[in-house]
Ligand binder design. Sequence first.
Ligand SMILES: NC(=O)c1ccc[n+]([C@@H]2O[C@H](COP(=O)([O-])OP(=O)(O)OC[C@H]3O[C@@H](n4cnc5c(N)ncnc54)[C@H](O)[C@@H]3O)[C@@H](O)[C@H]2O)c1
Length: 359
Amino acid sequence: MNTVNPTRVALIGCGAIATTQHLPAYEAAASAGLCRLVGVCDLDAERARSAASHFGVPAFEDVDEMLSKTKPDAVSIATLPSSHLDLTVRCLDAGCHVLCEKPVANDAAEAAQMVQAAEHNDRLLSICFEYRYWEEARYLKDRIARGDLGHVHAVRTWGGSAHGLPGVVHRSKTPYGSGVLAHWTIHNLDLALWVLGNPEPVTASAFSHQRVLNYPEAAGSWAEPIDTDSIDPTFEDFAIGFIRLAGGTVLTVEANHLQPPMAQREGWAFLTDRGAASLSPIGIWLDDGETWRDNTPSEGTVKACDYDMKPLINGFLQAIREEEEAPVSGAEIIRIQRLMDALYQSAACGTEVEMTSSS
Ligand SMILES: NC(=O)c1ccc[n+]([C@@H]2O[C@H](COP(=O)([O-])OP(=O)(O)OC[C@H]3O[C@@H](n4cnc5c(N)ncnc54)[C@H](O)[C@@H]3O)[C@@H](O)[C@H]2O)c1
């Protein structure tokens, strides 16, 4: 057990993801001597107090007060994207490493400012892309990098909520159009790009739609009644995107928060010159000319995906401890936000968007 200088960690935003994932993951890391939780902060005093008493740390309503009193080495930011730029820069300027929730920011200019602040302060900035820690995704990434499947010519990914609109985050009016593309399929897109070895997006095209406002009757099947007046009219609950990547791969994404009952909640299908692969569960097939040969690793050898954030939190703490690069690089942070911007821009203007470095 490593008890030497455990990383002092604070958290901002004591909402759903913080209390169900971030804080339990830091608590587990703390019991292994890898970190020490020193404080939590929320604008909502009751939320801050409740999380603080559950995890045995002081509660704060003011970020600067928490930073100056608890002097954390690292901060997890689990608030909505409209506050990510401000909070991230404040924490980095206070000398802290930062793990920030997705979506990264309101736009790529903000994402770039966050990355610049990390570079300027010589601190790590990473984003909660926990899917990258799935063993089966890592396995497939290695197989593709080794060339076992040949050139990947197309990837199809899809994702969204299976049983209606998720939490209040996605329903309420916010300064940021918090639709399914940004709040869910950013994970699908990030994982696809990462598995492929991070090719640059060249063009992006998208169509988006808000089914819930056109057809509020759909609310009848939801557990909580939907107040359509509270929904941001720019919010999309459905979108389709088509992205050309450098190196000759195309990526399509289908984002749907109102998936029909037969839909698989999310997935990835890779079509390659020598075969095909899928996540998740992992499947690999090689086409030997005569037939398709199942090349899927045998059951139990590669761990199936799960949504536990402990591997991500441990990866962040390890990067700090071992003075490694941030798990999600600055270039990757800006790239995924530029892609989101381009998809939203295309959906708004109805044409394909060139993703030159200035777009
Ligand atoms: N990585 C994932 O898989 C995953 C899953 C769910 C949510 N998220 C992301 O996590 C973020 C938070 O989502 P949530 O569902 O927990 O939201 P939430 O609304 O439940 O919690 C956000 C909390 O942040 C607090 N807050 C807002 N601004 C603040 C500020 N300036 N200072 C201090 N506290 C502040 C709010 O009072 C609230 O308690 C979103 O960006 C969401 O997309 C990520």
